[in-house]
Design a protein around this ligand. Structure first.
Ligand SMILES: [Cu+2]
Length: 283
């Protein structure tokens, strides 16, 4: 077992399954060894000071203090190492995540819509185009509010809880939320991002190992937060196509009966009607 696997196991991290994850593991690993060195270094210094300046040998206080420059050099080295970690590794790694998205054609785009307490997924289906969504169409059978009148949305795939992705292909997940702030976290992929109502936040990663991985919500989002888990299944391209086909058939069969909004701009039937007269507080 190498030191990386050792630290991972110690921290309870699942093994990395994404192309960039080893870089994050290296930073985590280095930080932990560095902190361990600081811990032992400062502990040894503390014990040294207790003995060296004990009262029996120094009955009167020495107000001049330390005259050697060694502590300054030590402090400066620690600051330097921390600056190199931050400026040389952490910030460039983060910048690559947020600035260098894979080109559109190579990547697979998935819309992830969080809600209390599950993650919904919206895929474009065989036509490669996402159908329009509107909050007015949201109901129990149409959790994402797909517009039933938009032809681009007819073949769209909407699923909840489990997402399949093909291996070795960049995945861009565009995060949003229907209610409160959630966080779409894929520990094995070493990536995560907040899902914020009213925002679209893209994250990307490339899975490099097939298998089944845990998806968790990493923001305390309500009473059911502890159970807000899902599964990311990384498939071979063949298995992924089979899953897509299966989902497309299921979605096609279960397409919500169009609650077509009438041309007059009336609310869809399923949406609770606004109260005619809301009691004004204190009125
Ligand atoms: Cu949540």
């Amino acid at each position: 077992m190498n030191s990386l696997a050792l630290i991972n196991e110690f921290l309870g991290q699942p093994p990395n399954a994404s192309s960039h994850g080893y870089q994050i593991d290296h930073i985590i690993e280095f930080c932990h060894w560095f902190m361990a060195a600081l811990f032992f270094g400062w502990s040894a210094f503390f014990i040294f000071v207790l003995i060296r300046f004990r009262k029996r040998v120094h009955p009167a206080a020495d107000h001049l203090g330390v005259r050697s420059g060694i502590s300054t050099h030590l402090e400066f080295s620690v600051v330097l190492i921390e600056a190199v970690l931050l400026l040389g590794f952490a910030i460039p790694l983060w910048a690559r995540r947020v600035n260098q998205f894979p080109p559109g054609k190579d990547a697979l785009l998935v819309h992830v819509v969080a809600q209390q307490f599950s993650f919904n997924y919206h895929l474009p289906g065989p036509d490669g185009q996402f159908g329009r969504r509107d909050v007015g169409f949201v109901n129990n059978t149409n959790p994402l509010g797909l517009d039933p009148n938009d032809p681009a949305g007819k073949d769209d795939i909407v699923t909840s809880g489990e997402l399949h992705v093909p291996v070795n292909r960049p995945i861009v997940a565009e995060l949003s939320s229907k209610d409160v702030i959630h966080d779409y976290f894929l520990p094995a992929m070493r990536i995560g991002g907040d899902a914020i109502p009213g925002s679209l936040i893209p994250i990307w990663f490339t899975p490099v190992k097939t298998g089944s991985y845990e998806v968790i919500c990493a923001q305390l989002c309500g009473l059911g937060h502890y159970g807000m888990k899902g599964t990311l299944v990384v498939d071979t391209p063949q298995d992924y196509q089979a899953w897509l086909k299966e989902r497309a058939e299921l979605s096609g069969g279960a397409q919500p009966a169009a609650p077509s909004p009438s041309p007059g701009g009336q609310q869809p039937q399923n949406k609770p009607a606004a109260p005619a007269a809301s009691p004004s507080p204190g009125g």
